[in-house]
Design a protein around this ligand. Sequence first.
Ligand code: NAD
Ligand code: UDP
Length: 311
Amino acid sequence: MTRRVLVTGGAGFLGSHLIDALLERGHEVLCVDNLFTGSKQNIYHLHNNPKFEFLRHDVCFPLYVEVDEIYNLACPASPIHYQHDPVQTTKTSVHGAINLLGLAKRLKCKILQASTSEIYGDPHTHPQTEEYWGNVNPIGPRSCYDEGKRCAETLFFDYHRQHGLEIKVARIFNTYGPRMNSSDGRVVSNFIVQSLKDEPITIYGEGEQTRSFCYVSDLVEGLIKLMESPSDFTGPVNLGNPNEFTIRELAEKVRNMTHSSADLIQMPLPTDDPKQRQPDIRLARQVLDWAPEVQLDEGLRETIDYFKTVV
Ligand code: NAD
Ligand code: UDP
């Protein structure tokens, strides 16, 4: 059935791919974004699509629109950007959640929250299951993002318990692909851009910290399956690719795939940088019948081809 879908943060990396997938399924989409880290370029190809609408708006302020379901993705996601104005980052997660939950309550519609593996902090259990409560520094430079997202999860579950709202909470692990912002400092985009320019590849610390990288098409499929899951399934559910790599392995892989002669150099490790991260996706497999299909080499090839057109 065709639905009117609101996607906040829709001009960003994940949001713009989600919108493409929703439009392909025949839905109407309202994209709400304040263009802090997103760009009109990411949604430019949609400007003549009668089923697509863009509204420039900051989710920290109330929003009055009529839709059938809501994906809440609005929030800067890279450390450089979320630490640029940390108070605004917390406000975006917390006030944004309150405003959109209020909208969902008035409309009696489903609402999905883009939460994050960062709510596990620097984890003591490995891989991370949804039962793990996390190891998060409440007062460090990453806290504005981590604690903001944790508080948003709290608000989602309180609206669910207190007001009977149908909620869906996705804990998204590191995702990459075309339309990543080349200047937001995330590791995949940094390494590809540096390799393509034959500039030094900046490994923070020893490069022994690990991450598990999910290709954007897999992630979007997971978000949509979660939104369409049975009404009593709230999550939180991990969405990510469990194949784990050290940051040094990633650097070497990107350098080889781009045939680059860039040097690998070490830079200081950022404060509170998690040492390891890998999603346990058994819940997503079982309830959503979802698992990632695109492995790192294939996803990197697509992403490298994209960055060749923009750098
Ligand atoms: P992004 O920065 O590309 O997209 C975020 C979008 O939100 C941008 O378009 C930005 O302009 C918009 N935005 C920020 N503050 C806003 C505000 N106050 N009002 C309206 N719009 C606002 O990042 P992304 O990677 O696409 O991330 C999207 C969502 O997924 C975020 O909520 C992020 O926390 C979550 N997430 C992403 C990843 C990942 O690896 N990409 C991992 C975990 C969680
Ligand atoms: N990183 C790195 N070099 C870079 C950018 C990031 O070594 O140029 C490291 C960073 O310290 C972290 C990992 O790569 O250990 C992933 O960083 P990113 O900012 O992409 O995501 P997050 O830390 O939020 O997982």
